[in-house]
Design a protein around this ligand. Structure first.
Ligand SMILES: Nc1ncnc2c1ncn2[C@@H]1O[C@H](COP(=O)(O)OP(=O)(O)OP(=O)(O)O)[C@@H](O)[C@H]1O
Ligand SMILES: [Mg+2]
Length: 410
């Protein structure tokens, strides 16, 4: 990869757009050059509801990151999520063609047969796929079968499906904002790349990205992705509960939540209170912080209960020995890890911030995790998606072969 290669990720979230531009370092870290974190509009629960507003939000975020990094961006890796996604693990099988060893065509045939096994109603498409591993003549756990001897090749594929039009709308908005979509990535997979360690991935870990409109879930087992989904409840629902019950505006409730609130009343003194403006502008009122926590707690419990039953249904809940990693803006509410642990059968819970980066320290927060993860994935693949200013614009997207894309991480 040339020294001047830079990569980019764009997380089009319900509350913010986060553009991360970075330059891969020789030590494997990503030097962050530009961070564009700007409010988003035109999205609900990760789904575009107003194209023009969404395009303007994406443009604004990209501009901030480009200005900061002094680069021009022509393409980026883009995250997709939403309650419409679901995932399935399927197996594909092929007989190895006569010859000295397993060839690229054999692998391709096995993967295609796995894809064919994914149930796909008409309006849905496979939006992301990850090869979990191969089996040669009954011997499982093979990561790179090319060049090996064998008669029968099986492949385990994790396939994420989603509503085709919803995904296309996100991509079209990014493209209409002037950025080519080099690759689409399921957001919790990108977030996991940024916040989960290899050891946790091997042991088995649950990632919960508590965003504004959705809470995205990914379960990693034996070093590979085993389950992904998105729950249509997030931090905005907590804010809305506060706004309704305290009769304040959404903005006032958001300020109250982010500055003063805790996830549970434990640890909040009975005398602690804060002044809030009532929605009708008639007066301001002193609100006890214990009451604020009592309003937030059931909604957060609902989120983690839904996550728990979602993962349990997939059959992998018991296997997450390393516990739970929380990310996303919603994970920043003090007391959230304890509450999550109580709902999730006392599993250890930590809040994950992006790792493997240098430069801008402000990118190392749970809010930036998805954007950073997208850029890290682009860097891992050696995709140069942007160009430093002196050389001018132009699409420099350099995608390595199909194999690099689908094979499991070593
Ligand atoms: N300090 C904080 N304390 C509590 N909540 C916070 C804090 N900072 C952000 N949040 C909440 O995090 C949520 C936004 O998180 P995030 O930026 O990860 O969402 P998003 O990516 O825009 O949305 P989504 O992933 O659902 O599309 C909001 O509900 C916001 O209130
Ligand atoms: Mg998000």
């Amino acid at each position: 990869m040339p020294d001047d290669a830079v990569v980019a990720g764009i997380d089009v979230g319900t509350t913010k757009v986060c553009t991360i531009i970075g330059r891969p370092q020789t030590d494997g870290r990503l030097e962050i050059l530009g961070v564009g974190l700007t409010p988003s509009a035109g999205l609900k629960r990760g789904v575009i509801v107003d194209r023009e507003e969404a395009i303007a939000s994406i443009r604004a975020s990209v501009e901030v990151a480009c200005r900061q990094g002094d680069v021009e961006l022509s393409s980026a890796w883009v995250g997709v999520t939403g309650a419409h996604i679901s995932s399935v693990n399927v197996t594909g099988r092929t007989n190895v063609a006569p010859g000295p060893a397993i060839s690229a065509q054999d692998v391709q045939r096995a993967v295609q047969s796995a894809r064919d096994a994914v149930p796909l109603p008409q309006d849905r498409q496979i939006i992301h796929e990850v090869v979990r591993g191969f089996t040669i003549d009954g011997e499982s756990g093979i990561t790179r079968p090319l060049g090996m001897s064998g008669r029968r090749l099986d492949v385990e594929l994790h396939a994420v499906t989603g509503t085709a039009s919803i995904v296309e709308n996100i991509e079209r908005c990014v493209e209409d904002a002037g950025i080519a979509v080099a690759r689409r990535v399921l957001e919790p997979i990108a977030t996991g790349t940024a916040v989960i360690t290899d050891a946790e991935r091997d042991l088995g870990v649950i990632l919960i990205d508590v965003g504004g409109g959705t809470s995205d879930v990914a379960v990693f087992l034996d070093g590979s992705i085993a389950h992904t989904s998105a729950i249509p409840v997030g931090g905005n629902h907590c804010t809305r509960d506060l706004a309704r019950l305290l009769r304040v505006s959404f903005e006032e409730a958001e300020k109250l939540k982010c500055r003063y609130a805790r996830a549970t009343p434990e640890g909040v003194g009975p005398e602690e209170s804060v002044q809030v403006e009532l929605a009708d502008g008639s007066a301001s009122e002193l609100v006890p912080l214990q009451l604020v926590a009592e309003i937030l707690e059931p909604r957060l419990e609902e989120i983690f209960t839904l996550v728990r039953s979602n993962i349990a249904r997939s059959g992998v809940y018991e296997q997450a020995s390393a516990g739970v990693v929380l990310s996303g803006g919603g994970s920043q509410l003090p007391g959230t890890p304890g509450l999550a642990s109580a709902v999730l059968d006392d599993l250890p819970v930590r809040v994950g911030s992006p790792r493997g980066i240098s430069g801008h320290a402000d990118a190392a927060t749970p809010v930036h995790a998805t954007g950073v993860g997208l850029a890290l994935l682009a860097a891992e693949e050696g995709a140069s998606a942007t160009q430093p200013k002196p050389e001018g614009g132009g699409l420099l997207t350099r995608l390595r072969g199909w194999f690099e894309r689908i094979l499991p991480r070593a």
